[in-house]
Write a protein that binds this ligand. Structure first.
Ligand code: XBP
Ligand code: MG
Length: 263
């Protein structure tokens, strides 16, 4: 944007968060366990160990992941009913098990997440969620980690089947920004995975990555910075890619600097 012959800085207005892997390490001890319990309950001998689950994570969306598993790993599986209905039923059972795990406090937020959300609220940054997981899962995670009010901290919880194409398609980010009335250059996305940054980058967003065990080796060439965690004053992050200057943990000041220096 050019004003009076000078390039004006676009002000950062909104923070858009992925959920799984970014707000919390939900996959290995949450979603994966819930899938396996649902399989067992349905009388299936399927089991998704840690390593296989890492491969299956290339497919976002639980229903899509189950379908991919059937098509890729099982030669002669016959569903006891229409396959779409079977997958929907199995996934509903998985969601119930997952929510039960969250209610039992199995999954804490990652380091720095709560501090950053509070800091963002204090300085008036607007918050949104853009995720492929089921909406109930997001609300349950927020409720069980931050309390009942936290769902209301987010202007939009864009989740699951609300858009036809899940990440790595950018649709969920476009949807969230449209609901918030914000442009990509006014926002920052927080992601943890290659599918995530493919979505946020294709939506025109600057992205901050915090990796986890499943995503450390992913390609984050388009990231503004890649960190091992957001960190805390007494728990510094490791910078895996990019420049954090003198900062030892992710705060609003660093986020604004990364936003201004975006390419
Ligand atoms: C998250 C996912 C989801 C969860 C399971 O990806 O891929 O499918 O693993 O959630 P991202 P559901 O973090 O990129 O949004 O079973 O509710 O689909
Ligand atoms: Mg993620």
């Amino acid at each position: 944007m050019i004003e009076n012959g000078q390039v004006a800085m676009t002000e950062l207005r909104g923070l858009l968060f992925d959920v799984d892997g970014t707000l919390a390490d939900t996959e290995r001890d949450g979603h994966r366990v819930a899938f396996n319990r649902a399989f067992q309950e349905a009388g299936l001998v399927w089991n998704w160990p840690d390593a296989l689950y890492g491969e299956l994570l290339t497919i976002t969306g639980g229903k899509e992941r189950i379908r991919h598993y059937i098509e890729t790993y099982l030669d002669d599986f016959q569903a006891p009913m229409d396959l779409d209905e079977f997958i929907v039923g199995l996934h509903q059972s998985k969601t119930a098990y997952y929510m039960h795990l969250l209610a039992g406090g199995a999954i804490p937020l990652r380091s720095g997440v709560k501090r950053l959300l509070l800091e963002a609220r204090e300085v008036g940054l607007r918050l949104g969620i853009a995720t492929t997981t089921t909406p109930e899962n997001v609300e349950a995670l927020l409720l069980n980690t931050l309390g009942a009010d936290a769902v209301g901290w987010f202007e939009i919880i864009a989740a699951g089947d609300v858009v036809p194409k899940k990440k790595p398609a950018p649709d969920i980010y476009f949807y969230a920004m449209e609901k918030m009335g914000l442009r990509p250059d006014q926002c920052i996305a927080f992601e943890d995975s290659e599918n995530g940054i493919r979505a946020s980058h294709a939506a025109g967003l600057t992205s901050i990555i915090t990796v986890n065990g499943y995503t450390r080796e992913h390609n984050f060439a388009d990231a503004a910075i890649v960190l091992d965690q957001m960190g805390e004053p007494d728990l510094p992050f490791d910078v895996l890619q990019g420049d954090a200057g003198d900062h030892a943990y992710l705060n609003i000041e660093l986020i604004k600097q990364l936003h201004q220096s975006r390419g």
